[in-house]
Design a protein around this ligand. Structure first.
Ligand code: GLC
Length: 740
C-alpha cells in the first residue's frame, strides 16, 4: 500500500518514480508560458500541398508565416526527411519553439503498399495485419511522419459506400480485433520509439452507416444500435491506448459528429476516460455551416471546441474564431487549455521536444526505400488476402508449363491501380509495382507463352478492342480475365449506385466466354461488387481486391499454386443493389424466410432469392476441409462457468492449406431481439493434406452480453445455439442452456 501512496504522491507533484517530470507536468509548465493565441495555434492543422486529400483552401504564404508565429500545431501531407525538416525549422523559429506534428494517411502500407484494408480483412490474419502496420510505421516514421490517420474502424454494411475499401467490413467482432491489431502495429513498443507512430481511431462515429451508402450522408439510428454495432471498435481502441481519434463528417441523429458532445465529451472523454486528442476530419468543423448546425464559422468553432474536438484540420475556424470566442466569454479558456494540453502531451511522448528532427533523417529514409524484406512480406500478405470464390472444374492452380495463357482485361498491365485508393502517391512508386502481367510472366516456364489483350477500358462504352481480345483468347489454352472497378472507383467520395463491372467489361467477358476456352476470372475491386452473370457462368473466380506493390507476384503465387488461397469474405456480397443492406447478423423478424426461395408471406423480395450471392465468412481453398466431432464441455451451464467448444477439421484434399474456423452464437430469446448469428471467435489454422486438427474455443458469459433497450450491457440466461463452420452459412449447430 505504501508503494501506491509513493507513486500517487509523485504523480500528484508531476514527477515519476525516477524523479523525472511527467509529460503532463511538462505540458502544464509549457502551457503556463503560452499566450491564448499560442495555445490556439496548437489546435490548428493545415495540409501540405503535394498530396492534398481534401478540398484545398490553404494559401501557402499564410501557412508558412503562421507556422513561424507559432500559430500551427500540426501539418498533414508533408512527407520526407527533407520536407518535414524544412517545416520543423520554421516552427522552431516561433517564440516557444514548439515542434509540429506531421500526420499522413498511412492506410495500407507506405512506400511498400499492401492490400487495401478490406482485402487485408479477408485474410482474417491478425498477425499479418499487425505486422503490415509495423512495417508501414517503420517506413513512414523514416519519412518524417509522426502520426497516421488510421485505423479506420467504421463498421459498414453497405457496399455502395466507397470507403468500405479502407475498413474491415460488416462485423463488429472482426472489425474490433483487426482495429486492435492495427493500433498495436502502428504504435509498436510505444510512442517515443523511433519506429512508432501515433495511430488514430476513425471516423468517430458511425460514418459507415451513411444513409444510402452515400458518402458524408446522414446517420440516424437508435443509441442501442450505435452501442451494439458501431461503437465497440472505438471503445476497444480507446482502452488499448490509441493515441488519437478523428471525428466523422456525418451527423448522428441530427447532430454532426464534430460537435456531438454526447459521443465526444460525455462518452469518449467522460465515460471512457480517454486522454488522447481528437482531430476533426478535413474541414468538418466549418462544414457544420452547410450541415445547418452553425450559422457561421464562429458558431461552428464554438460548438466544436465545447463538444470536444481538439484539433481543427483545414477548416481554419479555430485560428480565426477562438480568440474572440474566449474574449467574449462564449468559450471557457479551460477548454482551450485542455485541448492544447492533450496535443502537447503527445508531442512530449513522441520525443519531439528532446529532438524535433529525430524523425527527419535522410539516412533512415534511404534504408526504408525498396526494402526487399518489406516487399517479400507484401507479396505474402497479398496472396493471403485473395478469396477463391469458385473453382468448379479445378482449373486452378494452373500449370506453369501451360502452353499458352491469355491475360485479358483492362487491369492486366495497370501499375498505380494496384496501390488502391489510399496510397500516398509518391512519384517513383510505379517503377516498383509488379503488374499482373509481370507477375504471371515471372512464373511461367520458358516454354510457355503469355498473350495479352486489354479488351476494354475500365469505364467507357468502347467495344473496339473486343475483336482483338477474342482472337487472342482463341490462341490460348486458358484465359485469365482481369475485370472489376477502377482503383479510384472506391474510396473517399466514391459511392456508387451501381456496383457492377464498370463500362463494357461484362460484355467483353461474355464474348470471351463464347470462345469456349477455360476462363479464370480475377475481380479487382475495393468493395463487394455485383456480378451475377459471371458468378453463374464462369467456373473459376478469384477476388483480388487491390494488393499493393507486389500485386502481380501475389496473384501469380495463387494462380500457380505456390500459395493455396485461404481468404474469407469480410462482407456479404449482395445479388443485386436492390438487396442492400444485406448482412449475416440480421434479426430474424416475425416472418423469416424458410429457405432461399420462400416468398410466401415472409420477409423477402418477390423478385429475388433471399440468400446473398456470397455470404460473410465465405471463401474456398484448392483443398477441402471436413468438420467433424463438434463437442461442447456441457449443454447445461450456470452463471460464470466456461463453455469449451472443440471441432475436428480434416484436410481431405490434395493441397496443404489454411482454414479460418469460425465460431458463431445465437441468443434465441432476449430482452431485445437478437441477431440470427453473431461471430464470437475465429482461428486460422494450417492443416497439411490428410491431417486433422482439433480447434478449440472458449466462451464465457462475457461473450453473451448485449445492450438492451435501456443501454444496460449484460447477458441473460436461456437457450443459445453454438455454431462452428467454414463460413456464416455453412455451420454445425448445437443447442445449450445457460442459466444466469
Ligand atoms: C479525409 C478523410 C480522412 C483522412 C483526412 C486526411 O477527408 O475523411 O479519413 O484521414 O481527410 O487526409
Amino acid at each position: 500500500m505504501k508503494r501506491l501512496y509513493f507513486i500517487l504522491a509523485f504523480t500528484v507533484f508531476g514527477i515519476n518514480a525516477f524523479g523525472q517530470k511527467t509529460n503532463d507536468q511538462k505540458a502544464s509548465e509549457l502551457l503556463s508560458k503560452m499566450t491564448l493565441e499560442e495555445k490556439i495555434g496548437q489546435l490548428v492543422q493545415y495540409s501540405g500541398f503535394e498530396y492534398a486529400t481534401g478540398p484545398q483552401n490553404s494559401n501557402s504564404a499564410n501557412v508558412l508565416n503562421e507556422i513561424k508565429q507559432g500559430k500551427v500545431g500540426s501539418m498533414l501531407n508533408v512527407a520526407g526527411a527533407q520536407e518535414t525538416r524544412k517545416f520543423q525549422e520554421l516552427a522552431l523559429k516561433s517564440r516557444l519553439k514548439i515542434p509540429l506534428l506531421f500526420g499522413q494517411d498511412v492506410i495500407h502500407g507506405y512506400r511498400t503498399t499492401f492490400p487495401i484494408n478490406l482485402g487485408q480483412a479477408a485474410s482474417w490474419d491478425l498477425k499479418l495485419i499487425e505486422k503490415s502496420e509495423r512495417i508501414a510505421a517503420t517506413e513512414a516514421s523514416a519519412y518524417g511522419i509522426h502520426w497516421t490517420f488510421a485505423p479506420m474502424v467504421d463498421i459498414a454494411r453497405d457496399p455502395r459506400w466507397g470507403r468500405v475499401m479502407e475498413g474491415s467490413g460488416e462485423d463488429t467482432y472482426l472489425g474490433t480485433q483487426i482495429g486492435l491489431a492495427r493500433i498495436k502495429g502502428f504504435q509498436g513498443k510505444g510512442l517515443g520509439n523511433l519506429d512508432a507512430i501515433m495511430a488514430c481511431a476513425k471516423h468517430f462515429a458511425a460514418y459507415g452507416a451513411a444513409v444510402g451508402g452515400r458518402d458524408y450522408n446522414s446517420v440516424d439510428m437508435s443509441l442501442r444500435q450505435l452501442y451494439e454495432t458501431y461503437l465497440p471498435p472505438f471503445k476497444a481502441a480507446a482502452e488499448a491506448g490509441v493515441a488519437t481519434f478523428m471525428n466523422s463528417f456525418n451527423d448522428i441523429n441530427g447532430i454532426p459528429a464534430t460537435a456531438n458532445q454526447y459521443i465526444l465529451r460525455d462518452l469518449l472523454k467522460g465515460k471512457w476516460n480517454y486522454n488522447g486528442f481528437v482531430v476533426s476530419d478535413w474541414g468538418s468543423i466549418g462544414e457544420m455551416v452547410p450541415h445547418g448546425y452553425a450559422k457561421d464559422n464562429k458558431e461552428a468553432a464554438e460548438k466544436a471546441i465545447i463538444a470536444g474536438s481538439d484539433m481543427d484540420m483545414e477548416s481554419r475556424a479555430y485560428m480565426a474564431e477562438l480568440p474572440n470566442l474566449v474574449k467574449e466569454g462564449k468559450v471557457d479558456p479551460k477548454l482551450i487549455d485542455d485541448a492544447a494540453r492533450r496535443i502537447l502531451i503527445k508531442k512530449f511522448e513522441m520525443g519531439l521536444f528532446d529532438d524535433p528532427y529525430r524523425f527527419s533523417d535522410e539516412k533512415r529514409q534511404k534504408e526504408q526505400l525498396n526494402n526487399l524484406e518489406n516487399r517479400k512480406f507484401g507479396r505474402e500478405f497479398g496472396s493471403k488476402s485473395i478469396v477463391l470464390l469458385k473453382n468448379e472444374k479445378n482449373i486452378l492452380p494452373l500449370s506453369r508449363s501451360a502452353k499458352t495463357i491469355a491475360l485479358i482485361g483492362p487491369f492486366g498491365k495497370e501499375t498505380s491501380a494496384n496501390h488502391g485508393f489510399w496510397s500516398v502517391a509518391f512519384k517513383d512508386d510505379n517503377l516498383r509495382i509488379v503488374t499482373q502481367f509481370d507477375g504471371i510472366k515471372n512464373q511461367l516456364d520458358k516454354s510457355a507463352t503469355l498473350l495479352y489483350a486489354k479488351g476494354a477500358n475500365i469505364d467507357d462504352q468502347d467495344r473496339s478492342m473486343f475483336a482483338e481480345a477474342v482472337e487472342t483468347a482463341k490462341k490460348a489454352d486458358v484465359v485469365i480475365m482481369t475485370l472489376g472497378e477502377g482503383h479510384d472507383m472506391s474510396g473517399e467520395a466514391k459511392s456508387r449506385s451501381n456496383i457492377r463491372f464498370s463500362g463494357v467489361q461484362e460484355d467483353l467477358l461474355k464474348e470471351i466466354a463464347k470462345t469456349g476456352k477455360p476462363i479464370v476470372l480475377m475481380i479487382n475491386a475495393g468493395r463487394p461488387l455485383v456480378f451475377d452473370w459471371a458468378a453463374d457462368n464462369i467456373p473459376t473466380i478469384v477476388y483480388t481486391w487491390w494488393l499493393g506493390t507486389e500485386a502481380g507476384n501475389s496473384i501469380a503465387d495463387v494462380l500457380f499454386g505456390t500459395v493455396n488461397p485461404g481468404g474469407k469474405l469480410p462482407m456479404t456480397f449482395p445479388r443485386t443493389e436492390g438487396q442492400i443492406p444485406v448482412y449475416y447478423n440480421h434479426y430474424n423478424t416475425g416472418r423469416p424466410a424458410k429457405n432461399n426461395t420462400d416468398r410466401n408471406y415472409v420477409s423477402a423480395y418477390i423478385d429475388l432469392d433471399n440468400d446473398p450471392k456470397f455470404p460473410f465468412g465465405y471463401g474456398l481453398s484448392y483443398t477441402q476441409f471436413k468438420y467433424s466431432d463438434m463437442d461442447l464441455s456441457s449443454i447445461n451451464l450456470t452463471g460464470n462457468q466456461t463453455l469449451n467448444i472443440s471441432v475436428n477439421v480434416t484436410n481431405t484434399g490434395n493441397y496443404d492449406g489454411e482454414e479460418v474456423v469460425q465460431l458463431y452464437i445465437r441468443d434465441l430469446v432476449g430482452k431485445v431481439v437478437r441477431p440470427v448469428k453473431e461471430l464470437k471467435g475465429f482461428q486460422k489454422v494450417f492443416i497439411k493434406k490428410g491431417e486433422t486438427k482439433t480447434v478449440t474455443f472458449i466462451l464465457t458469459p462475457e461473450s453473451l452480453k448485449f445492450y438492451d433497450d435501456e443501454l444496460n450491457y449484460d447477458w441473460e440466461g436461456g437457450e443459445f445455439d453454438i455454431m462452428i463452420g467454414t463460413d456464416s452459412q455453412n455451420v454445425q449447430t448445437k443447442r445449450i442452456n445457460w442459466k444466469k
